[in-house]
Design a protein around this ligand. Structure first.
Ligand code: SF4
Length: 237
């Protein structure tokens, strides 16, 4: 399938309208990304809410927090809590030192510079920076997480390359002429692609038989031909 708006419409019909992101504040988005590791979305949201409630989500509040308070949050967020608690403090320090505690001006920089500014934070690459610019409605870009990227690659947008960022750029190149500047649509597209990647289009053994776009999916069609070639699922054709 090469028509992005049709694809998003089908996913929306199948899954329903996605819940909006928990925050649209740029610093909170960075904290949300960093507060947990390899846990469910629900657990990440819990850890983030605990941070909001017990510490606060302003850089100066995080810097003033006790180690124990940050550790309690980080423990809820999964493995290696000490590292993550220190990471939260590091993020707050960068926000204070590089941005005077307020990221709003950075979002107004020209696109490339705005992305670079956000990438000053640890573990924030171009895809996350683009997602933040989208969720804060600063630039109409379709930042994709690894789920969204996998889904679009399998459906035939762009090509899998030697490394993640080259694959990411290839997909972005393939979709760029189909993007609109409708933030609601772009945010829904991000969330639906991510959700589809987590629910059905999983990394290993995607559940193609249940997928609402399986008839137009390059990956699925190739798999079916492959199976037929091996005397698999459909010998009657
Ligand atoms: S048919 Fe399979 S590979 Fe293609 S989008 Fe659906 S789940 Fe993913």
């Amino acid at each position: 399938m090469k028509n992005l708006s049709k694809l998003i419409a089908r996913l929306a019909k199948f899954y329903g309208k996605p819940k909006p992101p928990l925050t649209t504040d740029p610093f909170e988005l960075i904290l949300f990304e960093s507060v947990a590791y390899l846990v469910t979305d629900e657990r990440r949201a819990e850890a983030f809410e605990l941070l909001r409630k017990t510490v606060g989500t302003k850089p100066h509040q995080i810097l003033a927090a006790t180690n124990n308070a940050l550790l309690r949050v980080a423990e809820l967020g999964g493995m290696q809590p000490e590292k993550r608690a220190a990471r939260l403090r590091e993020i707050a320090l960068i926000a204070m030192n590089e941005f005077g505690g307020d990221l709003s001006e950075a979002l107004q920089l020209p696109l490339t510079k705005a992305k670079k500014a956000l990438q000053k934070f640890p573990s924030i690459g171009e895809p996350s920076a683009e997602k933040f610019l989208l969720f804060t409605r600063s630039y109409p870009v379709l930042g994709l997480d690894s789920n969204g990227l996998r889904v679009l690659l399998r459906l035939g947008f762009g090509e899998e390359k030697k490394n993640y960022s080259a694959s990411y750029r290839s997909v972005q190149e393939a979709i760029k002429d189909q993007l609109t500047d409708d933030y609601d649509w772009l945010i829904d597209a991000h969330l639906l692609l991510r959700h589809h990647g987590k629910e059905l289009c999983k990394t290993n053994r995607p559940l193609c038989e249940k997928c609402p776009v399986n008839k137009v999916c390059a990956y699925n069609i190739t798999e079916m031909i492959h199976h037929r070639g091996h005397g698999g699922i459909d010998k009657t054709d």
